[in-house]
Design a protein around this ligand. Structure first.
Ligand SMILES: [Zn+2]
Length: 98
């Protein structure tokens, strides 16, 4: 089992079967518990299809008047957004299986 999965389980218990552990900031070396969230596999694939993976995470920024980059940040969804997606996703799955 991966280190971060072990860590997640230690703090939150086993996620539902088949779920993945996602690194919220896109940095797979950042195994801080605040950076880990359990997500259904289809949502996980969607996140990385949309926002990239590994060193290829999509970033956004603004160009200031002097031509410098400002407010550079990742486009990855935040924990709050992910929690919303997970709840929503689970509700949809439940609906589908009815
Ligand atoms: Zn991920």
């Amino acid at each position: 089992m991966s280190k971060y999965r072990e860590k997640y389980i230690k703090h939150h218990g086993e996620p539902p079967e088949g779920w993945h552990i996602h690194h919220i900031d896109g940095d797979r070396k950042n195994n801080d518990i605040d950076n880990l969230i359990a997500v259904p596999p289809s949502l996980h694939e969607w996140i990385h299809d949309k926002y990239g993976s590994g060193g290829q995470i999509i970033k956004t920024w603004e160009i200031a008047e002097d031509g410098t980059k400002q407010n550079e940040r990742l486009l990855l969804p935040t924990r709050k957004e992910l929690e919303f997606e997970v709840t929503h996703h689970v509700a949809l799955d439940r609906k589908r299986s009815l």
